[in-house]
Design a protein around this ligand. Structure first.
Ligand code: SF4
Length: 429
């Protein structure tokens, strides 16, 4: 491995004054908060060190099963995670504007604009330069095009895992199709990096993820009680290890254990995120990264606890479910292929509705905030019909608000809260 000069890297750690919004959301759990800061800083430093030491660098889509890559010794970076961290630290608008100056449309996903702005405007900085990029089609087609910009600009190989969209639980032939692509990818990484794939490391990684998911669902389940022991904002704040190279490692499992234990102790001590809980809400769509602190504070003042969000509730599940699916580790590639449908963007309205109905019942939801997000069309496009059907099936009240997950220029706090307050009025109580 040849040593390399350190590239410009920034994930917002150099912007302490802008950390407030995200930090506020995790202040309630001091031990988990300290651990999260420590492990995510170690992750950033590991990217720099690995790059400097000449290790093979791979960028992956957040939904790609990073456990597979633990079968090699790689530096693994996740551009979506990078964009979310920058947005949470108040840097979303400036980075998005940098991409727009280069000609990328404001209508593109803000994760893509924040990331492209970071990497293509030379003096801003971003992640260590990749040797290989891996995207997948179960996010959206935009992500494939976004990653492909780097293939064109930097002449880097780009491997796209094609995950079939599904309207039913995943079919055996679809799983076999995904598995065959994993095998092809393993061969490509062996060829490019000169390393030999180690399937036992992948088995270990799946075990760590499985353990982490069990703790995650223990954490989530604290929101089922009244008053809720955690809110979805806590899950947004603490999901980071799952969408980083920590996933599938003891660090990932430990962090979710620490968070679940600390939250459980708070409940035992009678400490609740919304002490005067009057309304129990569900948030549908990606976390509003630039508003975590401000939005959760204002909701708390209104007595409204957002107790579930499919965005974080789906971790460890498969399509259309709320409960965790323990991994069967007999065939690691098959197991990872099966897990490809855990997130809502990879399946159709019927399965999304099924999961929402189950969540409304299990989390005793009074109202649903459908966050219509122009950046993420694939998440938002079915919301109108889903809301109508959800109301028919459960009678739950619903409201639509407009929130872009990483671009605060497309957010109006007053506009959003006028609607949320109307929802609370409709729920009454
Ligand atoms: S459009 Fe949605 S699914 Fe696609 S990259 Fe952006 S946030 Fe992810």
């Amino acid at each position: 491995m040849k040593p390399r000069a350190v590239p410009p890297i920034s994930d917002g750690h150099d912007r302490p004054d802008a950390e407030g919004a995200r930090e506020d959301a995790i202040r309630r759990f001091p031990r988990s908060r300290a651990n999260l800061k420590k492990i995510m800083a170690a992750y950033s430093n590991g990217l720099i060190e690995g790059y400097r030491n000449g290790k093979f660098v791979v960028w992956i889509a957040a939904l790609f099963p990073v456990e597979l890559l633990h079968g090699f010794d790689l530096v693994i970076a996740v551009p979506e995670n990078h964009a979310a961290m920058l947005a949470a630290r108040g840097m979303g608008a400036e980075r998005a504007e940098a991409a727009e100056r280069l000609g990328f449309s404001m209508d593109l996903c803000s994760y893509a604009r924040v990331d492209l702005g970071s990497h293509l405007e030379t003096d801003i900085g971003g992640l260590p330069h990749p040797d290989l990029i891996i995207s997948d089609s179960n996010n959206c087609s935009l992500l494939v095009k976004w990653f492909d910009v780097y293939r064109r600009e930097r002449n880097i190989p780009h491997f796209v895992v094609d995950v079939p969209f599904c309207y039913q639980p995943q079919r055996a032939e679809d799983r076999a199709y995904i598995t065959s692509q994993f095998r092809e990818l393993i061969g490509l990484i062996e060829e490019l990096s000169g390393q030999t794939f180690d399937p036992d490391s992948v088995r270990r990684a799946i075990r760590h993820t499985n353990e982490a998911n069990a703790h995650w669902h223990r954490f989530l389940s604290l929101a089922r009680r009244r008053p809720a022991g955690i809110t979805a904002f806590d899950t947004f704040a603490h999901m980071a290890p799952f969408i980083s190279a920590h996933r599938g490692t003891p660090v990932h499992a430990d962090h979710f254990r620490i968070a679940a234990d600390e939250a459980a102790h708070h409940v035992e001590d009678g400490i609740y995120p919304v002490p005067k809980e009057k309304y129990r809400l569900l948030w549908d769509n990606i976390a509003p990264w630039h508003q975590l602190g401000a939005m959760s504070r204002r909701l708390t003042e209104l007595g409204a606890a957002v107790v579930y969000a499919p965005y974080t509730g789906c971790i460890g599940t498969i399509e259309g479910k709320v409960e965790r699916l323990p991994a069967d580790n007999a065939d690691p590639l098959d197991t990872l292929a099966r897990s490809q449908n855990f997130t809502v963007t990879s399946y159709g309205m019927g399965l999304r509705l099924e999961a929402l109905v189950e969540a409304v019942e299990k989390y005793q939801i009074d109202g649903v905030i459908f966050s219509s997000n122009r950046s993420c069309k694939v998440y938002s496009v079915m919301q109108m019909d889903t809301a109508r059907k959800l109301k028919q099936k459960t009678g739950v009240s619903t409201v639509f608000v407009e929130v872009d997950h990483a671009d605060p220029r497309k957010y109006s706090e007053e506009g959003v809260f006028v609607r949320i307050e109307a929802l609370l009025e409709e729920i009454g109580g």
